[in-house]
Design a protein around this ligand. Structure first.
Ligand code: TYD
Length: 215
């Protein structure tokens, strides 16, 4: 596989989606062949699974069921979309991947990071991104941003989680940064989108250059 797989992670309200758009623009300006995707990423089967998870009526969904469904949607998106793009040599920017499940289902829901990692290692065949950019935003700031955001955006089942849950997802990510320091690079997400995007862009450029040097 010749492409580069990069995931973006962060708690709700971390600004991932806006930052990714900006990073994609910078990469394009450098002539880099980049594609942005997110689970379910327009893959019909994954979208159907995702609709079940996010349905506001499914309040009685079991946590293990939730973790398995995320992993199932992830698998389909990976094999149907991400792997073919990587084979074409693209730089793939993915808005959330396995670490979301580890932080949300593994840590915040309390299933255990190891258990959820096991489910996801099976689902992905152990395929991890070459680089994961974690947008670090303190819970109090993230929550403030969500409050503003929900006035203009649709609210799904995961958005309705409590402030406590939000804090836990942040703790979960902090643990993951310590567990996978080689892969997960934190970026201070409490600045302007441009400032955050420039830092993320630099990390990606470094990764592209180090991969080139290895070849
Ligand atoms: P998403 O629709 O991608 O919104 P955003 O990334 O802009 O916050 O994600 C919705 C929610 O789904 C979000 O609260 C995180 C949660 N989620 C998990 O709990 N586990 C996962 O594996 C993924 C991919 C998302």
């Amino acid at each position: 596989m010749k492409g580069l797989f990069i995931s973006f992670e962060g708690t709700d309200g971390s600004g991932k989606t806006s930052v990714i758009k900006e990073v994609e623009r910078y990469l394009r300006l450098e002539g880099i062949d980049v594609v942005t995707t997110r689970e379910p990423g327009g893959v019909s089967i994954s979208e159907q699974v995702r609709n079940v998870i996010h349905d506001n009526n499914n309040t009685d969904m079991d946590a293990v069921c939730e973790a398995l469904l995320y992993a199932a949607a992830r698998r389909q998106h990976l094999v149907q979309k991400v792997v073919p793009l990587l084979k074409e040599g693209k730089v793939v920017l993915c808005d959330r991947y396995v670490d979301s499940s580890l932080a949300y289902q593994g840590y915040a829901r309390g299933l255990g990071i190891d258990l959820v990692k096991g489910i996801n290692d099976y689902a992905t065949g152990g395929m991890y991104p070459d680089l994961t950019i974690y947008l670090d935003v303190r819970p109090e700031i993230g929550i403030q941003r969500i409050m503003t955001h929900t006035q203009t955006h649709e609210v799904n089942r995961m958005d309705n989680e409590s402030i406590e849950f939000h804090k836990k997802t942040h703790e979960g990510y902090e643990l993951l940064v310590k567990m996978f320091p080689e892969r997960i690079k934190p970026v201070d997400g409490e600045r302007t989108i441009k400032e955050v995007a420039i830092d993320a862009f630099k990390l990606i450029k470094e990764k592209i250059n180090s991969v080139k040097n290895e070849q």
